[in-house]
Design a protein around this ligand. Structure first.
Ligand code: HSE
Length: 397
């Protein structure tokens, strides 16, 4: 109990600096940074330069270091570091959602094989303790759904658009300046970042190891003034919603899509870089978690919480895997969507959009654009060319 931890930290960007700050301002935790491995030799850093090295082996092969904290940007390099650390018996804390999502099953097996813990609370929804809650609090309740806003940058952009009438590009620039966005912000606006988080959450909610490419994501990059006007007329905001739920035939349906959110939905008031996660289960019914989903300090606080958990030998037990009900992921389900298209004056292609729908509920068209609201099969969304059309916007409604 309450081990002394000697940390080897990889990365000193936004989250690394956040961790450094929260660690220095926290009383009671027995954890000390021994070395920080960074890539850029020319960057000026306003902490003790003796802490830094450019050689990863100075951390991985240092017998004094018993915990590796991986906070770098590059998911492939992160995977190599984490794997080497687990094999050598060092506990690992990481915030890298892409890396965890892409290798989760293998990382789970490595933890068992080498009896070394890997914690990654900061990878999903930053300061919201979602993974620990799914693992511990909801260990036996029957979970039916987890959904919400899993990406701070896209939520920041949508909030600036809806609350301040600011443009998409200016809002994205701010999200980058504030340290919310990924170094490649396409990951944020395309829904990929939310999808990585959802992949991790699927394992801790339903005991499913799936690859990110096994389900779909649609981002917010094609949103335009028509969609915003339509949402306002309906008294809604548009939010990027990640969801996974158990269907009536006990299959798991999952995805990331923009969504029209009405005022009576708790997600409506989750703005800026905040994330909001709704957990639904048979016995506790609905619970809603809100917290900062991006930024150095909130993410640093989640990393700190994992480090603190290691002082009392905490590890994930992947409880839902052991309770496995042989659930499978299925993309064969119906959903109601809004599809807005721009009129292609050279080709009359409205008919093709009609064909996508199982049932059309509402249509509108003027000389510039049109929309269709109706029911589709989710599988159709990917296979259909609609997704490849950069001028279309799709949202659940
Ligand atoms: N770029 C991510 C976001 C950072 O905006 O949510 C936190 O994972």
């Amino acid at each position: 109990m309450n081990k002394n931890l000697k940390l080897g930290v990889f990365g000193f960007g936004c989250v690394g600096q956040g961790l450094y700050q929260v660690l220095n301002n926290t009383k009671g935790i027995k954890a000390e940074i021994v070395k920080i491995c960074v890539k850029d030799k020319n960057k000026s850093r306003n902490v003790d330069l003796g802490l830094f090295t450019f050689d990863k082996d100075e951390l991985l092969n240092n017998p004094d270091i018993n915990v590796i904290v991986e906070l770098i940007d590059d998911a492939d390099a992160a995977y190599e570091i984490v794997k080497a650390a687990l094999i050598s018996g060092k506990a690992v804390v990481t915030a890298n959602k892409k890396m965890v999502a892409e290798h989760l099953e293998e990382l789970y097996e490595l933890q068992i094989k080498y009896n070394t813990p890997l914690l990654y609370e900061a990878s999903s929804c930053a300061s919201i303790p979602i993974i620990r809650n799914l693992e511990e609090y909801y260990d036996n309740d029957l979970l039916t759904k987890v959904e919400g806003i899993f990406n701070g940058s896209s939520n920041y952009i949508l909030s600036q658009i809806f609350n301040k009438n600011q443009s998409f590009n200016a809002s994205l620039l701010e999200a980058q300046k504030l340290g919310f966005a990924e170094s490649d912000p396409y990951l944020d606006i395309s829904g990929l970042d939310s999808k990585f988080k959802l992949t991790i959450i699927l394992a801790h909610t339903f005991g499913l190891f799936v690859k990110p490419e096994e389900f779909f994501q649609i981002g917010i990059e094609n949103i335009n003034e028509y969609d915003i006007k339509f949402a306002r007329e309906k008294g809604c905001k548009i939010k990027l919603n990640a969801f996974c739920y158990k269907s009536e035939n006990d299959e798991i349906n999952a995805g990331v899509l923009p969504s029209f959110i009405a005022k009576d939905n708790p997600i409506y008031n989750v703005d800026d870089e905040y994330n909001g996660v709704l957990i639904q289960s048979i016995f506790s019914e609905n619970q809603f978690f809100v917290g900062k989903g991006a930024g150095g300090l909130p993410t640093g606080s989640a990393v700190l919480s994992d480090i603190s958990a290691l002082t009392y030998d905490y590890k994930y037990e992947y409880k839902k895997l052991n309770q496995k009900e042989n659930l499978i992921l299925s993309n064969d389900f119906k959903m109601k969507i809004y599809l807005r298209y721009l009129i292609d004056k050279s080709e009359a292609n409205k008919k093709s959009y009609d064909d996508l729908f199982i049932e059309i509920k509402e249509t509108y068209q003027n000389s510039d654009y049109g929309y269709i609201i109706g029911e589709i099969n989710y599988n159709q969304l990917v296979t259909n060319y609609v997704l490849n059309n950069k001028s279309n916007f799709i949202a659940t409604i």
